[in-house]
Design a protein around this ligand. Structure first.
Ligand SMILES: NC(=O)c1ccc[n+]([C@@H]2O[C@H](COP(=O)([O-])OP(=O)(O)OC[C@H]3O[C@@H](n4cnc5c(N)ncnc54)[C@H](OP(=O)(O)O)[C@@H]3O)[C@@H](O)[C@H]2O)c1
Length: 352
């Protein structure tokens, strides 16, 4: 698949659309702001109150020390609206404001992935946004989801799936985009390796594979979903260009770029299971242990499940059948980060 026009004109013969964007301060949300604007659409971003007023509270990018929020740059104040997405009244009054929008695009997602937050954000806040979209006569809804929901085991995956079902039944034109792994999730070990430490692998590093997709390629694809009828009313698994890569291959490539001999530390999955077991028991009496167990279960999932299309009939992941899009590869990104030409976005779970 090729890119759509990036000339400032909406592509695919479409007219300019007015888009309400949720999650505009996240990794893909920021890229989506850029893609929407480059393609000539009007974007109105919904952000947390703390984003526009860093002094106001403990959450949001400013509170995490990541500085001012990029989507605010270049947009009119009227295009960046602070409201609480968990509160229908706030989202209606401060977000939609009774105005006309052609589409809602959502890159909103729980930051923690913890069950309560996942249901509040990945499900409930989206249901509120969908209800308001219907009330405001919005025609279409583009949802950024995740390919891992095809084999759900974790609470946040069930929360996402439950909303996907509501969206498909809503009567709105929809596109549910289920991407594979993002670059940031596969770049967490670069600093370790620079510091001379070994690359951490689960099993032998070939248990899983993915077709990584860049932030910009994915953002362009989301805008395609807004413009191209062929992508609408569909659930769309999507990966980046090139062959699937395993964690072992990612490590090999990083050592090659750093000009260092490969050095690995392997963690058997059974050890992970034992750790999860102990934390789960401790979790009955300690909230901290319970949270650590939940995080470890998330880690185990990604250590053992590929981010590729799953063929249920054959009982295996299928790299060849996983659709691809875009031009930017993970290994180009690694090269740019190591040469200092690209930022390495910090993720809370650095190994994944
Ligand atoms: N990481 C991967 O490899 C991967 C792969 C496939 C799919 N995905 C999926 O892609 C989606 C987006 O990922 P991402 O990395 O772009 O997400 P992200 O960087 O964590 O951004 C999440 C966005 O949601 C907002 N948000 C979260 N909780 C909120 C709350 N309580 N109130 C208001 N806003 C809130 C955040 O606002 P603040 O900036 O104010 O926190 C931010 O704008 C997720 O659904 C994820 O599951 C991820």
């Amino acid at each position: 698949m090729s890119h759509s026009p990036a000339s400032g004109d909406p592509g695919h013969g479409q007219s300019k659309k007015r888009v309400l964007l949720l999650g505009a301060t996240g990794t893909i949300g920021r890229a989506a702001v850029g893609a929407l604007r480059r393609r000539g659409h009007d974007v109105v971003c919904i952000v947390r109150p703390q984003t526009t007023d860093p002094a106001a509270g403990p959450r949001g990018p400013a509170a995490r020390g990541q500085g001012p929020t990029p989507p605010v740059e270049g947009l009119d104040p009227d295009q960046v609206r602070a409201c609480d997405v968990t509160d229908p009244t706030s989202l209606a009054a401060a977000g939609f404001r009774g105005e006309r929008f052609d589409a809602v695009m959502s890159c909103l997602a729980s930051r923690s992935g913890m069950p309560e937050d996942a249901w509040a954000i990945d499900h409930d806040a989206h249901v509120t946004a969908l209800d308001l979209a219907k009330d405001h006569g919005v025609a279409s809804f583009v949802l950024l989801s995740a390919i891992c929901v095809q084999r759900p085991k974790l609470p946040f995956q069930f929360a996402k799936l439950a909303f996907e079902e509501k969206l498909t039944a809503s009567g709105l034109t929809y596109a549910i985009v289920r991407p594979t792994a993002f670059f940031k999730s596969l770049s967490g070990q670069i600093d370790r390796l620079r510091a001379g430490k070994p690359y951490l692998l689960f099993g032998d590093g070939t248990l899983t594979a993915c077709k990584p997709i860049s932030d910009n390629d994915l953002a362009n694809y989301l805008v395609d979903c807004l413009e191209r009828p062929a992508l609408q009313n569909k659930i769309l698994p999507i990966g980046g260009p090139g062959p699937a890569v395993t964690p072992r291959q990612q490590g090999e490539h990083l050592f090659h770029l750093l000009n260092r001999p490969p050095k690995y530390r392997k963690m058997p999955v059974a050890v992970m299971d034992a750790i999860i077991g102990v934390l789960s028991v401790l979790g009955w009496v300690s909230a901290k242990a319970s949270r650590a167990a939940a995080l470890a279960r998330i880690g185990r999932y990604y250590a053992t499940e590929s981010m590729l299309l799953y063929n249920a009939g054959k009982g295996r992941y299928d790299a060849a059948a996983t659709p691809t899009y875009g031009t930017e590869t993970l290994f180009d990104h690694y090269r740019a980060v190591i040469r200092g030409n690209a930022a390495n976005e910090r993720v809370e779970t650095a190994v994944f």
